[in-house]
Design a protein around this ligand. Structure first.
Ligand code: AMP
Length: 221
């Protein structure tokens, strides 16, 4: 049975890293509104231009835009036969988005099986985010201190030299992103708790330990 889950947590909690693992290990499909918006930004469309400035400052883009993006992706559906379910990564981020997701899922006859809250303390987030860079070609994630590339400037996985830092991975934008999280997104923890869907995992551990904790939630019932 496919399982649809939300990975909920502040910027730098490791949502993207764990989503990539779930894709590889369980045939799940990651739906990251952040990735969709970055794609729109680099494609130079009208929407991309509108969101670029907001994203770079660390603010949230409008609910209408992200709900529209998610709707489109759900529309395209899960064609593969061994489809393992959707991982919502970075969506929903507001109560309005959460309500919209519920409506969309209901219309598609789908259920939301679990909301996994990845708990990380704020000091760790700042350290994680300010050293982070990724491969522009294959998406591998690195960190200046905890996970540098073996050869400076070259991706370990695919050999590309196109290593990038996100425009919003700096201390100033991170402050805004954290504030947006606490003001607008953290109420979702109570919202999903009240719906009986919330499961918390410690996001501070080693990547494998976090993955094991998430697997336990997915394999329960
Ligand atoms: P992320 O990659 O999830 O950290 O998202 C990067 C940026 O994209 C955020 O700081 C927001 O500006 C924007 N963004 C991503 N997802 C959402 C969302 N669900 N609602 C509003 N803005 C979003």
């Amino acid at each position: 049975m496919p399982k649809n889950i939300i990975l909920l947590g502040p910027p730098g909690a490791g949502k993207g890293t764990q989503a990539k693992r779930l894709e590889a290990e369980r045939n799940m499909v990651q739906l990251s509104t952040g990735d969709m918006l970055r794609e729109a930004k680099s494609s130079g469309t009208e929407m991309g231009r509108r969101v670029a400035e907001i994203m770079d400052k660390g603010q949230l883009v409008t609910d209408e835009i992200v709900i529209g993006l998610i709707e489109e992706k759900l529309e395209q559906g899960a064609a593969a036969r061994d489809f393992g379910g959707f991982i919502f990564d970075g969506f929903p981020r507001t109560l309005k988005q959460a309500d919209a997701l519920e409506d969309l899922m209901a219309r598609k006859g789908q259920t939301l099986d679990a909301v996994i809250e990845m708990q990380v303390d704020d000091a760790a987030l700042v350290r994680r985010i300010t050293g982070r860079f990724t491969c522009g070609n294959c998406g591998a994630v690195y960190h200046d201190e905890t996970k540098p590339t073996r050869v400076a400037g070259t991706c370990d996985v695919c050999g590309s030299t196109d290593l990038r830092r996100r425009a919003d991975d700096n201390e100033e934008a991170l402050k805004t992103r954290l504030m947006e999280y606490y003001k607008k997104t953290s109420p979702l923890i109570g919202y999903y708790y009240a719906k009986g869907k919330l499961a918390a995992v410690d996001g501070l551990g080693e990547m494998d330990a976090v993955a094991a904790a998430i697997a336990k939630v997915l394999d329960k019932g």
